[in-house]
Design a binder for this molecule. Sequence first.
Ligand code: FE2
Ligand code: FE2
Length: 188
Amino acid sequence: MNQEFNLRQQGLPAEMQMLLNTYPRSTWEAHPGFREKTKNWLGAHNMFRQLGGIIRSETERFLDKSRSVDDFSARIAHYGDMMVRNLHGHHSWEDYAYFPELAAADPRFEAGLEILEKDHHELDVVLESFARSANRVIQLSELDEKQAYEESGSLHHIAKTIEAFLERHLGDEEELAVPIILHHRLRG
Ligand SMILES: [Fe+2]
Ligand SMILES: [Fe+2]
């Protein structure tokens, strides 16, 4: 049976969008406060979106038998490790450095930052399940291809969960953080 996760479905509260109304996404690129550090941070988010998509679709390729078990196991080891390690590093930095910097600049948004920090903890639970399931698939790929295939059904459920969760979390985080950065001219 597929494991259920406790992930946030709703967007951030409306009052967290008061600066977003002044600095909508379409205006960021042209704003003089939109600098390298912020672009790099958004670039990391895009890498996570891509990795989530690759891992989900690679699992589908194995399940529809267009990838061999060895090929799939090598790819899932490579991309899975890259996604889990980089997300952990990214979240730790946000929790300990980035969010406190944003909250100090504009305490009106602390409630939103707390929701995002809680997302990181919920996502950790999902990433742990992902790592366990991916490791089982990798081990089983050497021992029993049929079992590796069965385990990949669970892995696919987890991969879809991660992809949907990243869509929710990264989008909300960008739309909370970037307007604060532009308004207060941080990270320039
Ligand atoms: Fe985050
Ligand atoms: Fe982030």
